[in-house]
Design a protein around this ligand. Structure first.
Ligand code: KG4
Ligand code: ZN
Length: 339
């Protein structure tokens, strides 16, 4: 018979996402964002995000159903982000998902947002091979995951301090760029010399390598950029913004790709998926493409609208979980901000 129709709900940050997936097919992906309401604060305000989710939830569900021409009664399972993320926003999504599961008498699946960022690629590039490496990089997370049969997940590493996007945003603030600074640094970096300044890579010394082969650390790099800029300012010199941006972006892309490809080799993995909002970064994309080609690794990066937070990633992971026959979550499913 037909594969189950899974409704996915995502509310871990500032995007209200609702999507419908059947098997590996995406029927609709509806997203409402409160990002504009946070811009003037220079960061996400959890209470404002929670309230925006509450207001957007039912209209976004209705829009998704109408666009796909599906009635609620046709939905076979509900998947929702259980974590990680902001507790208030997660709670709004989980409450909506539970209400639907009870009203429809259909199973509820609480799933992990970071894994969703990887599995969404199945909707775009087709089913995963048996073993896949996933690099998930955004403003909130930088994780290296080993995926066996899509849903058996081993976290090989993560950031010990800042996420990649977060480091870009902090360096952006330091350079006087608007929030979020990531895309602005990317744009500046394209006009600069990536080898102008040699910034430290972090966790690449032999003693760190032994313990943190697949962990990342970006706060030392951020501090090095701050010191470099301050020294020039104190000397009354002009800051060569494009060169600083390019050299900083080069350092981040270098560490992310080097560690990821080393992990692929160590685990015999031939397919790499890159997901999360930071995968829009040009320097990371270029370096990943070059180094994967050299290493004979297939690189899969979904289009950017599936890399930022959305409901499709949650419906995709829910669909994989249902396909595997894993048990549903209990209706008292908690949310877990640090899942
Ligand atoms: O996934 P996302 O939309 O939100 C989070 O869940 O964090 O990721 C946004 C993050 C921000 O830190 C933003 O500055 C960064 O990704 N970002 C970029 C680029 N596009 C987005 N950083 C560098 N270069 C880009 N092109
Ligand atoms: Zn995310």
């Amino acid at each position: 018979g037909a594969q189950p129709l899974v409704l996915g709900i995502e509310t871990s940050c500032d995007e209200t996402g609702v999507a419908l997936v059947r098997g590996h097919d995406l029927l609709v992906d509806a997203v409402a964002s409160s990002v504009d309401e946070h811009a003037r604060f220079g960061g996400i305000i959890p209470e404002i995000a929670s309230r925006a989710h509450l207001e957007a939830m039912v209209p976004t569900i209705e829009r998704a159903l109408a666009t796909a021409d599906v009635s609620l009664g046709e939905v076979d399972a509900i998947a929702v982000t259980a974590g990680p993320g902001l507790v208030g926003p997660l709670t709004v999504g989980a409450s909506a998902a539970k209400a639907l599961a009870i009203a429809l008498d259909k199973p509820l699946y609480g799933v992990n947002h970071v894994i969703g960022h990887a599995v969404v690629d199945e909707l775009v590039d087709g089913p995963f091979p048996e073993r896949v490496m996933a690099l998930v990089v955004s403003g909130g997370h930088s994780s290296l995951l080993l995926l066996d049969d899509t849903v058996d997940v081993t976290e090989l590493g993560s950031t010990l301090d800042d996420a990649a996007g977060e480091a870009f945003d902090k360096v952006g603030r330091l350079l006087g760029l608007p929030y979020p600074g990531g895309p602005h640094i990317d744009r500046l970096a394209r006009e600069g010399d990536p080898h102008a300044i040699r910034f430290p890579r972090g966790l690449t010394a032999p003693k760190d390598q032994a313990r943190h082969a697949a962990d990342f650390s970006f706060s030392g790099l951020k501090t090095a950029v701050a010191r470099w800029v301050e020294a020039r300012q104190d000397a009354g010199e002009e800051i060569p913004l494009p060169d600083v941006a390019a050299s900083f972006a080069e350092a981040v892309a270098d560490v992310l790709t080097a560690k990821t490809i080393a992990a692929c080799r160590a685990h015999g993995v031939e397919t790499l998926v890159v997901g999360g909002g930071f995968s829009a970064n040009s320097q990371l994309r270029d370096m990943a493409a070059k180094r994967c080609a050299e290493a004979g690794i297939e690189l899969r990066i979904p289009p950017i609208r599936y890399c930022t937070d959305n409901g499709a990633m949650i419906a995709a992971l829910g669909s994989a979980v249902v396909r595997r026959g894993l048990p549903p979550s209990s209706l008292d499913l908690p949310v877990d901000s640090s899942m």
